[in-house]
Design a protein. Structure first.
Length: 176
């Protein structure tokens, strides 16, 4: 776990555009078993390098959420949830990893964090994100059971997709 993966801004620009397109064109049309909705675009927020300026991270997260809101007609819901996700991302990373200088420029991924820490990291952030989205969208005490099922199932579906995307996107040579 001594590995630090760095990436170019071009990679993140391409990822930003492709994830928005994938979310809008594919994922927004998926509702698995009537309860599981994939939020693939949060991969961008979760995998930006840890040394990314918080203001830049919040601006990019808000912009990404807002662009998807425009296509999905969700009135800023995803922009709000994405902004919150950007704010808590780094503290959650350090919840599962040692606060160390070698992680300062790291990209949160399996090859840097290891499987156990990475799965806890994406589970925590994905569950938080889905809880915010479904909690605000369907806030009703009569639907609390359905909201809970939607949060858990969407979290698990999104985690599977994020893990697969991590395997595809973070195959870089290690730099020490």
């Amino acid at each position: 776990m001594d590995r630090v993966i760095t990436s170019s801004p071009l990679k993140y620009t391409i990822m930003f555009v492709l994830l928005i397109l994938a979310q809008v064109l594919i994922c927004n049309n998926i509702l698995l078993f009537g309860v599981a909705f994939p939020f693939l675009f949060i991969f961008f927020i979760l995998t930006l390098p840890l040394n990314t300026n918080l203001n830049l991270l919040m601006a990019l997260s808000f912009l990404m959420g807002l662009l998807i809101d425009i296509f999905d007609d969700t009135l800023g819901l995803l922009a709000f949830a994405s902004l919150l996700l950007a704010v808590i991302r780094k503290p959650v990373f350090y919840l599962y990893m040692h606060r160390d200088e070698k992680f300062a420029a790291s990209v949160p991924c399996v090859s840097v964090m290891g499987w156990a820490a990475y799965l806890k990291y994406i589970f925590t952030l994905t569950a938080f994100f889905t809880a915010v989205v479904f909690g605000i969208e369907f806030f009703n005490f009569e639907m609390i059971g359905r909201i809970f099922v939607m949060i858990i199932s969407s979290t698990l579906l999104t985690m599977v997709l994020l893990t697969a995307l991590d395997a595809v996107c973070n195959r870089e040579p290690y730099r020490e």
